[in-house]
Design a protein around this ligand. Sequence first.
Ligand code: AMP
Length: 417
Amino acid sequence: MKIKSIQSVKGTQDILPTEVHVWQKLERTIFQVMSKYSFKEIRTPAFEKTELFSRSVGEQTDIVSKEMYSWIDQGGENLTLKPEVTAPVVRAYIQHNLGSISPSVKLYYIDALFRRERPQKGRYRQFHQFGAESFGSENPEADVEIIAVASSIFKSIGIENIKLKINSIGSKICRDNYRDELRKFLKPHLRKLSDTSKIRFEKNPLRILDTKSPDEKALIIDAPNISDFLTSEDKSHFIEVKSFLKDIGIKFNIDHHLVRGLDYYNRTIFEFTSENIGSQDAICGGGRYDNLVKDLGGKDTPGVGFAAGIERILLALSSDEKIQNPDIYIVGFGNKAIKHVLICAEALRNNGFSVNTDLLRRSLKSQMKEANKTRARTAILIGDKEIEQKKFQIKNLEDGKQYDIPFDSLIQHFKSL
Ligand code: AMP
């Protein structure tokens, strides 16, 4: 009887060797750009106490109300696989008193996240994000730097057709007033709203502005704008954000109905979208969260950050990135050659070359075929004759030229190529 194989869980994906090189290229770009902006990497655990997310992201949000992978462990603790990274980073910032090192702390991460959403193109149950969090400054230049670092990564990796939308949702008092006005506006249309929007009307009407339904989108065009509810401090903060963005050449559109689904944001919020990836077009979202550190038990510390979805960024990339090929393939034939292949491969690798060898003791012909298939630039051939004469046969696989070199000048030879 054939044993049934096990498939991966719905909404999760394997990143195969044929596609991992684009992930690695993006990761390298993230490391380089973050370091140019003086952000330092932080890595937090895969799971946290459930309370961390319910207290920060918000009980009424989609994430906390229906998408978290939570369980009670054997010790009776309520735990959750992280559905977002800002709360864990804030938890670590408070727990390790990172604010004592410097009044301005700039952190970044690359991480795997878990949300039980309905899977579709660009929406998965395990997905990956990179992001940055800047603690300590409530000034608009911190918002602008956060937007600039995201934008710089997108530019460096070569994503085209992306747009930046920004808005200010002000401070809590503005949102409370706005929420009331929005409810007044929506009330006469309540019957026409979807079930989800009806629930949002009660719990968090701002989220209705996030709707994907064309009818509801048409309805909210005439909804009041939060910009009319901002305090004068919030207004001047937003004016400066816009003006500094212009100063450094970052283009943006203002979207008065941009809200974002997480509770902890205040003042500036933003979203980058791509035209190339279909309905799930948001590749990055972020904003200011001046009360989050305090709300999670830390000292009153302002913060601003972003999170970008790696899968969606890779969908938006028209990638002709080449797979990394080995520099050299060593072909050994005959039992005596095995140890020489090993010694030669180690010496070359220790000198910075990437080398592949045959582990299956295949024929000379099959090994040469493999060397060509892996697109190695050079093959080194080692057989009884070569061992006896203490010379390697070298074949340039790009132009077909073949020649010998003595054993002891191998490294020197490849370094001089
Ligand atoms: P959020 O944490 O919801 O603000 O999302 C930030 C970014 O993560 C989004 O702009 C998407 O690019 C990405 N993202 C969010 N949810 C998913 C998901 N379920 N699958 C893939 N990417 C996602």
